[in-house]
Design a binder for this molecule. Structure first.
Ligand code: ADP
Length: 201
C-alpha cells in the first residue's frame, strides 16, 4: 500500500521460502540434471520419469534442450560462449522452479565439467542431482534419432558433441545409467528408484 503523503511504502518483509512451498507440495525440490550425448536417451527417460513421478503425486517441470532453445534461448547458437550462456539461463530458470518447490528434470547434453559445475554453482550443490546417461557414442550414432550424427559426419553441423566437440564424462555423478542393454522402462525405473529417497519428505 502506498501512502502518498509521506512517501511510505509498505512491502512484504519476506517472500515465501522454498521450505514453505515444499511443505505444501509434500516433496523436496531438486534439479535432476540429465547429461549425456545427443541420442543417449535423456529426453526419453525424462518423459517416462516425469509421468511416473506425476502418478505418485509429485509436481515436476521438464526442461529440454529443444524447447528451451526454441524459446528463452532462441538467440543462442553452439559456440563456446553461447553454450555457457545457454546453461547459465537454464540454471537460473531451474533455480526459480526449485524456489517454488518444484522438481525440475533437465535434459541437456551439457558436455563439459565446467558447464555442469557452472549449473551446479547457480542451482546450489544441495539441490543438484547429476544423472549421467552413459550411452556409448557408437550406440547414439546408430540410433541417430534426429539425423544429426549423419549431418555432423558430413560436416554440416558445427561443434557437434562427440564428433567435432568433446564430451567429458562426469567424474562423480549421483547415478550412471547404462542404457545400451536396457529397455526405456528399465532405465527410467533405475533413475526413479535412485531419486525417490532424495525427493520424499
Ligand atoms: P537425447 O534426449 O539424449 O538426445 P532421446 O531421448 O531423444 O536422446 O533419444 C534416445 C533414443 O534411444 C530414443 O529413440 C529411445 O527410444 C532410444 N532408446 C533405446 N533404449 C533406450 C533406453 N534404455 N533409455 C533411453 N532411450 C533408449
Amino acid at each position: 500500500m502506498i501512502n502518498e503523503g509521506n512517501n511510505i511504502y509498505s512491502v512484504f518483509d519476506e517472500i515465501l521460502s522454498k521450505e514453505e512451498k515444499e511443505k505444501m507440495l509434500k516433496q523436496k525440490a531438486k534439479v535432476l540434471w540429465l547429461t549425456g550425448l545427443s541420442g543417449s536417451g535423456k529426453t526419453t527417460i525424462a518423459k517416462v520419469l516425469e509421468r511416473d513421478l506425476h502418478l505418485q503425486g509429485f509436481l515436476t517441470q521438464l526442461l529440454d534442450g529443444d524447447n528451451i532453445r526454441a524459446g528463452i534461448n532462441n538467440n543462442l547458437g553452439f559456440s563456446e560462449e553461447d553454450r555457457t550462456e545457454n546453461i547459465r539461463r537454464i540454471a537460473e530458470v531451474s533455480k526459480l522452479f526449485i524456489n517454488c518447490g518444484v522438481i525440475t528434470i533437465n535434459c541437456f547434453v551439457s558436455p563439459t565439467e565446467q558447464i555442469r559445475n557452472q549449473a551446479k554453482a547457480i542451482i546450489g550443490e544441495e539441490n543438484f542431482i547429476e544423472i549421467f546417461i552413459n550411452t556409448p557414442l557408437e550406440v547414439c550414432e546408430a540410433r541417430d534419432t534426429k539425423g544429426l550424427y549423419a549431418k555432423a559426419r558430413k560436416g554440416e553441423v558445427n561443434n557437434f558433441t562427440g564428433i567435432s566437440a568433446p564430451f567429458e564424462d562426469p567424474q562423480t555423478p549421483s547415478i550412471k545409467v547404462e542404457t545400451e542393454n536396457q529397455t526405456v522402462e528399465e532405465s527410467a525405473n533405475e533413475v526413479l528408484v535412485h531419486i525417490l529417497p532424495l525427493i520424499k519428505v
